[in-house]
Design a protein around this ligand. Structure first.
Ligand SMILES: CC(=O)SCCNC(=O)CCNC(=O)[C@H](O)C(C)(C)COP(=O)(O)OP(=O)(O)OC[C@H]1O[C@@H](n2cnc3c(N)ncnc32)[C@H](O)[C@@H]1OP(=O)(O)O
Ligand SMILES: N[C@@H](CO)C(=O)O
Length: 345
């Protein structure tokens, strides 16, 4: 039984220590193997209530190996203690199968009461040199403890704990001012560039959205097809200026309709009033200008009444009043008198 366990332990050491060259070397030169073998005997004595004998055997082992394992500790199979000097394993510690301990590891207690006060290590745990695992904490299977760490809390399976106090490596935490001082100051240029890039990508997203919206609006907008001929007529009408307002008659809204029938053009205009002095002038302007277009044969201008027109005539008055005395022409006055009572001016 003991022989089988020694062979198993030697195989484990061969697997876990690259410095191990042969089974015979391990048998004679590995204090970890010696300490574990003696512990098995001492543990049996301990369980059979031969406490003093168990303690004494453990003490002798410590003398020769530098490894102190309390005979009450429960140690699994294929455990390797490499180098071993300074390893201390407390009374209520439980060490799972295939655990690897390096020199100086302490599986210690933190209370003075006689209770379960030492750690429990799961299968395949690795504990680095000089690390201390303190208290009745549990290290999950295949957890790792970095050299020099002090672990006082449970460790989940597979996790790596480093530092003092032990923290799980790889977990993100907010950098403290100390971290910033100890490592490197943040690069302000990099920060500005990254902000700019973020802003740029957000603007690009907005532009893409606006472009999509624009396409939708264009698709929904009613399409008013306008022939080349009609466009030519409207362009010609835009060249005729209303002398009252100083803008072309299209933009001020005097042209209500343009109809084209082959080579005949029918234009509907709304003027101030039927007695507006500009009536004849503007009708002539429209007829003459449109007849200059090559394909136009007949131009018919129809004048319609529109309530807006009275306002247009008011504009004549405002226009007149705004002119300085030097600018006023006799025809301005005549036009005004024809349309408005003299008292208004
Ligand atoms: C003579 C002799 O040789 S005796 C034998 C001595 N050897 C030992 O004791 C080996 C003990 N092994 C260790 O300490 C190893 O570093 C282990 C077990 C912790 C490595 O575990 P892994 O899961 O592989 O962790 P990994 O190497 O990826 O490191 C994870 C993080 O912990 C850090 N870290 C690793 N070991 C330690 C340590 N002992 N103390 C503090 N931080 C450590 C790493 O820098 C890394 O930090 P980062 O995430 O900020 O980059
Ligand atoms: N024995 C292990 C640790 O020292 C090795 O040689 O790597």
């Amino acid at each position: 039984m003991i022989g089988a366990q020694i062979r198993e332990d030697i195989s484990s050491i061969l697997q876990k220590d690259p410095a191990a060259r042969s089974r015979i070397e391990i048998l004679f030169c590995y204090p970890g193997l010696h300490a574990l073998t003696i512990h098995r005997v001492a543990h049996r004595l301990w369980l059979r209530e031969h406490r003093l004998a168990a303690r004494f055997l453990s003490h002798i082992s410590r003398f020769f190996t530098g490894i102190e394992i309390h005979p009450g500790a429960t140690i699994g199979r294929r455990v390797v203690i490499d180098h071993g000097m300074g390893v201390v394993i407390g009374e209520t510690a439980e060490v799972g199968d295939e655990v690897l301990l390096y020199m100086g590891v302490v599986l210690g207690g933190t209370t003075l009461t006689k209770v379960k006060r030492h750690p429990t290590l799961g299968k395949g745990v690795v504990i680095g040199s000089g690390a201390a695992v303190l208290g009745p904490v549990t290290l999950g299977d295949y957890a790792k403890v970095g050299a020099g760490a002090v672990v006082v809390r449970d460790v989940p399976p597979g996790a790596t704990v480093v530092g003092v106090p032990g923290r799980i490596a790889g977990l993100k935490r907010h950098p403290t001012q100390d971290d910033i001082r100890d490592n490197e100051m943040p690069d302000p240029t990099l920060r500005v560039i990254s902000r700019m890039l973020e802003r740029q990508s957000s603007l690009e997203e907005k532009i893409q959205k606006l472009e999509k919206d624009l396409v939708c609006i264009r698709q929904q907008a009613p399409v008013t097809p306008i022939s080349d001929r009609e466009a030519e007529i409207w362009a010609a009408l835009r060249q005729i200026i209303d002398p009252e307002i100083g803008h072309n008659i299209v933009d001020v809204g005097l042209i209500k309709l343009v109809e084209i029938t082959e080579e005949d053009v029918n234009v509907e205009m709304s003027l101030n009033t039927e007695s507006c002095p500009l009536l004849e002038y503007l009708v002539n302007q429209v007829e003459n200008r449109l007849k200059l277009i090559e394909w136009v044969r007949i131009v018919k201008v129809e004048v319609i009444h529109d309530p807006w027109e009275s306002e247009t005539c008011q504009n004549t008055l405002i226009h007149y009043n705004e002119k300085s005395e030097g600018e006023k022409q006799p025809e301005d006055f005549e036009m005004l008198n024809q349309n408005h009572p003299p008292s208004v001016g």
